[in-house]
Design a protein around this ligand. Structure first.
Ligand code: GLU
Length: 280
């Protein structure tokens, strides 16, 4: 059976227990399925990526007993591909340029409608200020997807999830996409691509059939499926796993150094201890 999955950490901080869970789950699944486990370094945000965090990732994964197949893919080697895809969507009339700052968006979103969510996977839902202005792309603009036009072309579409909590087929609905996702950013000032565009292109380029990642990315998957349809790329199967939380029930973040793998290692924990801590 053809099964390819991946682990795609950003080298912007130490790997913590949540990363270990995600990496081990994906790695073990690939080995069980006699498939491939790929490692990708999501260093899209060059202002935050650091070589020493990347080195620590390789070191921690090797220590956990994780082996990856083939060369490591680094997003910073593929910026031109992301730019090409943005250009393709732009040429198809599915994008617009935007000059809004975060503050402009906050100010424009001051009168929320009752019952309509104000926040989506990328934070505040874009209020549409620049949508009809037909601005030309410049280094000062960011490129947004016109979600209404995108849905008209991409939908109907769906994805499947194999995580027991949300197992089954998830259909994408236009009204829901307009209200809860909005015109998401495809490429930004000083950044080659948004997270959404880059992961969609990377997963397709590396033949990923099964995306195994945290439940925090479940809502973003709808954006990914729309982009896959627009760019004529396959939609993988998804498994959005539970999140590892701290003692107070809060999701672990990069800044939670207390739960960094390196810290446990320094304190004498074994890879088996780590597996037990995350419930594997
Ligand atoms: N690089 C992303 C992160 O560290 C994960 C990408 C993905 O799994 O789609 O959160």
């Amino acid at each position: 059976m053809n099964f390819t999955t991946r682990f795609a950490p950003s080298p912007t901080g130490p790997l913590h227990l949540g990363h270990a869970y995600s990496a081990l789950l994906a790695h073990d699944s690939a080995r069980e399925e006699d498939g491939k486990f790929l490692l990708r370094i999501d260093d899209l945000d060059q202002s935050r990526a650091r070589p020493h965090w990347e080195d620590q990732i390789y070191d921690d994964l090797a220590w956990l007993g994780i082996t990856w197949d083939g060369p490591v893919r680094r997003q910073s080697d593929h910026f031109h591909e992301y730019a090409k895809a943005t250009q393709q969507l732009r040429a198809a009339g599915l994008t617009f340029e935007c000059t809004c700052s975060r503050r402009d968006i906050e100010a424009a979103a001051n009168a929320p409608q009752e019952g309509v969510p104000e926040f989506g996977p990328d934070g505040r839902i874009y209020p549409g200020t620049c949508r009809s202005l037909a601005l030309a792309p410049t280094p000062q603009t960011c490129t947004r997807l016109n979600i209404s036009k995108a849905c008209a072309l991409a939908l109907p579409a769906h994805f499947t999830d194999t995580e027991p909590d949300r197992v089954g087929v998830h259909n994408l609905e236009t009204q829901d996409m307009l209200a809860t996702v909005g015109d998401v950013i495809l490429s930004r000032r000083q950044m080659a691509a948004s997270y959404h565009l880059s992961v969609v292109l990377d997963d397709a380029a590396t033949g990923v059939t099964d995306v195994i990642r945290g439940a925090d990315l479940f809502d973003a998957t709808r954006i990914h499926v729309v982009l896959q349809k627009l760019l004529n790329l396959p939609t993988p199967a998804y498994h959005h796993h539970k999140l590892i939380r701290d003692d107070a029930g809060k999701r672990l973040a990069k800044r939670d150094d207390a739960r960094a793998i390196a810290r446990y290692r320094a304190e004498g924990a074994t890879p088996t201890d780590i597996r037990q801590m995350v419930g594997l």
